[in-house]
Design a binder for this molecule. Structure first.
Ligand code: SF4
Length: 273
């Protein structure tokens, strides 16, 4: 039995066993990516859709997803791929060389590189790293959209390969993170280190009656401003999906939370409105 060092779960796995995320497997005593080169979705998206507001605005990025996630949000907006293993969803094998070539060919359409998104891409960081190493000499960018619930000892060297992160900060209480199968302190450490390595924007999916108190959003924004007040915060409205039945938060309430966070941060944007 060996443990996987990648995330807060620290799964203890037998040889050939897959972890909670369904995307890492123990082989020869090392945690390896099951999803290397396995692409389940691909689309040329505006950067604003990631969301990234201060990184190449108006341009597009070729966005790819795989499968699996290390958290278990009951409102997951992408549960079809995030809660799936490799046998439960169709995928297509694309090597880093092929994917980067495809990205390069889309530059005339406004593409700036590759975004790894949709499911939890950090579970496949070896694939992202190999793509990033090809993209950078071509002048193309690597973007990662992540829950940020990964241990720094395992990912610190990877962070500078990424040009821009959007990182979820799903709320600001340990209880809420526990309910979602994550760990607040791990995410805070990840955001702090990622900001030192590359461009960072943060997204909070606001769930009605759960993480929408002005006190919680104020504490979250104040903490983020302590790293840097120029980090953009996206407050995104959660719609009932997967196992969630909370109604979407009222637009007026979301606007008030924008004002609350805006007392600490230069840029607070609303999403899903
Ligand atoms: S990355 Fe996957 S296998 Fe590794 S500790 Fe996290 S959930 Fe477990």
């Amino acid at each position: 039995m060996t443990h996987c060092p990648l995330c807060h779960r620290q799964c203890v796995l037998k040889e050939g066993q897959t972890g909670f995320c369904q995307a890492r497997i123990m082989r020869d005593g090392i945690s390896r990516p099951l999803g290397y080169g396995k692409v389940t979705s691909i689309a040329l998206d505006p950067l604003e859709k990631k969301p990234l507001a201060r990184f190449y605005p108006g341009k597009k990025v070729l966005s790819v997803g795989g499968f699996g996630c290390n958290m278990a949000c009951y409102f997951c907006q992408n549960h079809e791929i995030a809660r799936a293993g490799e046998k439960e969803i169709p995928w297509r094998e694309i090597s880093p060389e092929e994917l980067c070539d495809l990205s390069r060919k889309m530059v005339p359409q406004g593409n700036i590189g590759l975004a790894f998104t949709y499911n939890e891409p950090m579970l496949n960081l070896e694939y992202i790293a190999d793509c990033a190493d090809i993209l950078r000499p071509l002048g193309l960018k690597t973007v990662v959209v992540t829950n940020g619930c990964f241990c720094l000892d395992a990912v610190r060297e990877f962070l500078p390969k990424v040009d821009a992160f959007n990182i979820d900060l799903k709320g600001f209480t340990p209880q809420w993170y526990r309910r979602l199968g994550g760990d607040l302190e791990t995410v805070k450490a990840f955001i702090t280190a990622a900001h030192q390595a590359s461009h960072v924007e943060v997204t909070t999916l606001v769930v009605s009656g759960q993480n929408d108190s002005p006190e919680e959003i104020a504490a979250l924004a104040a903490w983020l401003a302590g790293i840097s007040p120029v980090i953009p915060l996206h407050l995104s409205r959660c719609f009932p999906r997967y196992h969630a039945d909370e109604p979407p938060i009222a637009g007026q309430m979301l606007a008030e939370l924008q004002e609350t966070a805006g007392a600490y941060l230069d840029t607070v944007l609303l999403g899903n409105i």
